[in-house]
Design a protein around this ligand. Structure first.
Ligand code: MTE
Length: 328
């Protein structure tokens, strides 16, 4: 997002549009396919995804969940794209690196610390922290600040559920989230590309908004490591970088916390990061977006970005009277 090294260029600038299957996996699959199904299958024009499925036996699972704020042409982005085109700098700065580099990461056992201005602080085992009856499947739009988007079927619990149980005190105004810091298990942390650990924050009312989720899964399955296992934040009206992955700490504070991309480059990434087609990123327009995972002519079409990513009715009132150019 910030550092434009060769590995950091959006794959869209390097890879033919639509070929989002992990390149290495694809090449391995192509090689295996040559032996397993014969070169004729490749010559016969199997799509990368079909080839992937044929060789690895990995059909995309069916999307499950209640659609939230989707339009008629918003179809869930295929599982293979959701899980192979990722931003997770702890496992590399390239979009196709996390699927490979995180494959041996063990997200269990997992402890989440709840502390700061709360009545019930504690260190919780993930299983005790999640209330199984509160788990839901919801399909949301997902808009990255880099002007690409997906539609993702998440599984998780409303963050408000966790907050109510933690019983924040009257002084708590913000919630800060922290990713695991363990450079042995997260090799990207051995580089200085970001200030580790990754941190993010929300205002308490944003955190309590019914749309805000702590996700534990996608497509009805546990979160793959590259998507932030075992627990990540999902805030569908904000740019994707607010969706901090592999969370180990949730802290309630009085002052607005810093967030990693704001620390890295404050003139480009703010605290609020609400999706807003009217406020451009200093280096590119936010008016339109490219939807990943489409085929044919659809993949060429740019679609208009919607205010608050299409969730204005649910979240707009939280920002009434705020200058959204200043509070970007
Ligand atoms: N969380 C951590 N810990 N590290 C990261 O590098 N990248 C962010 C966010 N959460 C990131 C992170 C960015 S820039 C985006 S766009 C989303 O994760 C991407 O989520 P996805 O890979 O599931 O689409």
């Amino acid at each position: 997002m910030l550092i434009r090294r060769a590995t950091d260029l959006p794959s869209s600038e390097l890879t033919p549009e639509g070929v989002y299957v992990n390149r290495r996996t694809f090449l391995a699959a192509a090689g295996a396919a040559a032996g397993a199904v014969g070169l004729g299958a490749i010559a016969g024009g199997l799509s990368p995804r079909a080839l992937h499925a044929a060789v690895l036996g990995r059909q995309d699972p069916q999307a499950v969940g209640k659609p939230y704020g989707l339009q008629s042409d918003d179809k869930p982005t295929p599982w293979s794209d959701v899980t192979s085109y990722n931003n997770f700098y702890e496992f590399g700065t390239g979009k196709d690196e996390p699927i490979e580099m995180a494959k041996n990461f063990k997200p269990k056992p997992w402890t989440v610390k709840v502390d700061g201005l709360v009545g019930k602080p504690g260190d919780y085992q993930l299983e005790d922290f999640l209330k199984p009856s509160a788990i839901e499947d919801r399909i949301y739009r997902h808009r990255c600040v880099e002007a690409w988007s997906m539609v993702i079927p998440w599984r998780g619990i409303p963050l408000a559920d966790v907050i109510k149980r933690a019983a924040p005190t009257a002084k708590a105004k913000y919630v800060e989230f922290t990713t695991l810091y363990d450079p042995k298990r997260m090799p990207g942390q051995q580089s200085g590309v970001l200030d580790w650990p990754y941190v993010e924050g929300l205002r308490l009312d944003e955190a309590m908004n019914p749309l805000t989720m702590l996700a534990t899964g996608v497509y009805g399955r546990d979160l793959p490591n590259q998507n932030g296992a075992p627990l990540r934040l999902v805030v569908p009206w904000k740019y994707g970088f607010k969706g901090i992955k592999s969370i180990v700490r949730i802290r309630f504070v009085e002052q607005q916390p810093r967030n990693t991309w704001n620390i890295a480059n404050p003139s480009e990434y703010g605290f609020y990061s609400n999706v807003n087609p009217e406020v451009d990123h200093p280096r590119w327009s936010q008016a339109t977006e490219r939807r990943l995972g489409l085929t044919g002519l659809d993949k060429l079409r740019r679609r208009k970005t919607l205010m608050f990513n299409g969730y204005v009715d649910q979240v707009g009132s939280m920002y009434a009277g705020m200058d959204l150019r200043k509070n970007y």
